[in-house]
Design a protein around this ligand. Structure first.
Ligand SMILES: Nc1ncnc2c1ncn2[C@@H]1O[C@H](COP(=O)(O)OP(=O)(O)OP(=O)(O)O)[C@@H](O)[C@H]1O
Ligand SMILES: Nc1ncnc2c1ncn2[C@@H]1O[C@H](COP(=O)(O)OP(=O)(O)OP(=O)(O)O)[C@@H](O)[C@H]1O
Ligand SMILES: [Mg+2]
Ligand SMILES: [Mg+2]
Lengths: 223, 223
């Protein structure tokens, strides 16, 4: 499902080049639930953005669902992303001028679902993450943990084949964190593959495998 | 140092009023290091914003450093805030068009310190949080944990009497989290009072006292 071969990523700044990923070799099979751990600044979000077709690697080969995506156009990548992937960003990326439920329905706008059905599904999924009482709040009227749950709901709304989540429980108390993990584990049992970045040991231990990123390479748990 | 008496806070939305704080009675003495815990959405950030003079309570009395701040003007509150308090926001609030070191020196702009000394102190404090190698990066060129450490450095630069930190280790791996707590504990030994919101049990246990907020009131550890 996800195959990375010698993936490298550098950022070219005016005075210096930052080599973040120095040759990542790893795989995620269908229906797997894997956790990614590593020190702050080690390249976890960078890796997740590449897996999620949000950023391009500097070099290397990436096969997603048996298709070589290293040479796809931006439009083709957007098409794959919108149909197959659900993304929970580390910084949430909610649209400030829309209430929670409109943020959640956003991915459906491109898939031809009617406005009535979009709204209904948005409210259903907000209920699932325990936030139906905040559906009409704008992002700046929500707490940190509530914004995070809106971002999680948005990633689930399109019934994606793969969920990529970047510290999805970082702003949640342990009870809310457990609830979110139960949702992810439930979806994984139904066949959804999940790649989840976390700093929390007790979250990572619930995954089938822990991939550790260190000094720009896959250090352990790569296959 | 910090005395709250029957503090209430409601948000008045078009169709509904949200009562967040329903009568908080609590105190923090000089040189204390206290942790605040509670479920997501229970009002921890709201409480910290009121203690930090960033928001006004709907009713109740608040004494900061023996001064009743409930009736101060906005300018007077800003003056107290800039001279006495250091704030680490849950959402970092870094200025996107300035590099890390300029974000860090920002609080010194109002205190008449020369540009040369501001820059020097900014680089020193970035070194303290382990980020001198990223001093020239803009916020969107930093990882989540690195942005958090810039926000922490900014809160420390002005040698505040009180530090208010909202989930300061939420985006950090356990090693970086420990380093930040060592900095806070070192400052606390030197006499700085610290109020820190966290969801992480092993962080809260390092404080002298744990204040729990539930259903809008101080549930335990209030004095
Ligand atoms: N500007 C606002 N308008 C309306 N409601 C708000 C506003 N800001 C916060 N709220 C509501 O107030 C409640 C408390 O928010 P607060 O940010 O203090 O929670 P918190 O305890 O910090 O939660 P978390 O652990 O998720 O960060 C939330 O339920 C939130 O929806
Ligand atoms: N646009 C950019 N330009 C330059 N450097 C960048 C850029 N984005 C990220 N970096 C650098 O790349 C490194 C990896 O960043 P990344 O966000 O992948 O880390 P991370 O493992 O997710 O860390 P955290 O646990 O703190 O979220 C960091 O050291 C960061 O400074
Ligand atoms: Mg990250
Ligand atoms: Mg909060």
């Amino acid at each position: 499902m996800i195959v990375l071969k010698d993936i490298k990523k550098s950022y070219f700044l005016p005075k210096v080049t930052i080599e973040v990923l120095k040759g990542i070799d790893m795989e995620v099979a269908e229906k797997e639930l894997v956790a990614v751990m590593g020190p702050s600044g080690s390249g976890k979000s960078t890796l997740l953005h590449i897996i999620g077709c949000l950023d391009r690697p500097t070099s290397g080969t990436y096969l997603l669902l048996d298709v070589d995506v290293s040479h796809k156009t931006d439009n083709e990548l957007a098409e794959i992303r919108n149909r197959k992937l659900g993304f929970v960003f580390q910084s949430f990326n909610l649209l400030p001028r829309f209430p929670a439920w409109k943020n959640v329905e956003m991915p459906l706008l491109y898939s031809g679902v009617s406005a009535i059905e979009r709204k209904q599904r948005a409210f259903e999924i907000l209920e699932k993450v325990g936030l139906s009482h905040r559906a009409n709040h704008y992002p700046n009227e929500l707490s940190g943990g509530e914004q995070q749950r809106v971002a999680i709901a948005r990633a689930l709304i399109n019934n994606p084949a793969i969920i990529l989540a970047d510290e999805p429980t970082g702003n949640l108390d342990s009870h809310s964190g457990k609830e979110i993990m139960e949702i992810f584990k439930g979806l994984n049992k139904e066949g959804v593959a999940i790649v989840l970045v976390t700093h929390e040991k007790e979250i990572a231990e619930q995954a089938g495998r822990i991939i550790t990123i260190k000094d720009g390479v896959c250090y352990s748990g790569c296959y």
